[in-house]
Write a protein that binds this ligand. Structure first.
Ligand SMILES: [Zn+2]
Length: 306
């Protein structure tokens, strides 16, 4: 079985740095947000975290050959259709209870899990060449997690990262450009950001309740003491010697990772100082704080504890 640790979180929860910190362990093959691999990698040939474009990257070329005999053998049009039919949060009930799903959904899901089974087999094979014995996928989306539960050969674990919703909402309010193509990233107001924070985190909680092996990690616990990550990982994937991460005090020595998507930090290499981004404390309006408080209480307090 291919152990895959899925980082589940609402967007803007700091998961790119967290994933890259985990990737400093030689046991880990960290591949970024695989949910975006088909469009941003295979179709648009955006840069991999290593700096090469996706189709020129040696790691992803190996994955493509191992999984499909080459990326050009993948039917991207069919895949796009199938993903639109299956991989949406509103269809999670069908992913939970496939017997209720219409035949068209079941056919699309069948094709998708076959493709993903091959993909993760390819990633595991390419990663094992450098000593990786499990995969970290920071796709974050709830529906993709529930889809991954259905992928044959994948032993799924969930690292559920919860950041303070005030920090998340503040980040969603900022205008940020994607370095890959210069396009602005999505922005959300505090009502929508709070609702998304609540909805996504409840779905990860649901995954835990139905038996996905999980660890919840408050993002603020990681920024206070990054070594908590190694302990979370050892509880999620027990059996090896204790995980060692390249952390000295608050400095993390990042290597080169073949991440397909994520925030601009995925291109950083070398020493990075860990700083808690607490700018919301001074720049979030009273009105936004009140809105966020109304929507997210009492879960904010509940999930702030590991
Ligand atoms: Zn690469």
């Amino acid at each position: 079985m291919i152990i895959t640790v899925y980082i589940g979180a609402v967007g803007r929860s700091g998961t790119t740095l967290l994933e890259r910190t985990l990737a400093t362990s030689p046991r880990v093959t960290a591949v970024g947000e695989v949910v975006h691999l088909w469009n941003r990698g295979v179709r648009d040939d955006e840069p991999c975290g290593c700096g090469d474009t996706f189709l020129n990257c040696a790691f992803w070329t190996k994955v493509g050959v191992e999984a499909f005999g080459g990326w050009d053998r993948v039917d991207l049009i069919q895949l796009d259709l199938d993903r639109a039919i299956v991989d949406r949060n509103r269809y999670i009930p069908y992913l939970l209870l496939p017997q209720l799903a219409p035949p068209r959904f079941r056919a699309s899901q069948g094709r998708l899990v076959d493709v993903l089974g091959n993909l993760y087999r390819g990633i595991a094979a390419a990663g094992s060449e450098t000593g990786g014995d499990f995969i970290i996928d920071s796709s974050k989306h709830p529906s993709y997690l529930f889809l991954m539960r259905r992928v044959p050969g994948v032993d799924l674990r969930l690292l559920h990262v919860v950041r303070d919703p005030r920090g998340v909402a503040h980040s969603w309010s900022k205008r940020v450009m994607r370095p890959e193509n210069g396009a602005p990233m999505e922005q959300l107001g505090s009502v929508r950001a709070s609702l998304r924070w609540l909805g996504h985190n409840l779905l990860f909680e649901l995954a835990t309740r139905i038996g996905v092996r999980s660890e919840r990690l408050p993002y603020e616990a990681f920024t206070a003491d990054p070594t908590v990550l190694a302990r979370s990982l050892d509880r999620l994937v027990p059996g090896g010697s204790p995980t060692k991460l390249a952390i000295v005090s608050r400095s993390i020595t990042l290597g080169v990772d073949h991440t397909v998507s994520g925030n601009p930090l995925r291109f950083a290499a070398g020493s990075v100082e860990l700083r808690a981004d607490e700018s919301w404390r001074t720049s979030l309006s009273k009105r936004s704080r009140l809105t966020i408080g109304v929507v997210t209480t009492p879960f904010r307090q509940l999930w702030a504890r590991p």
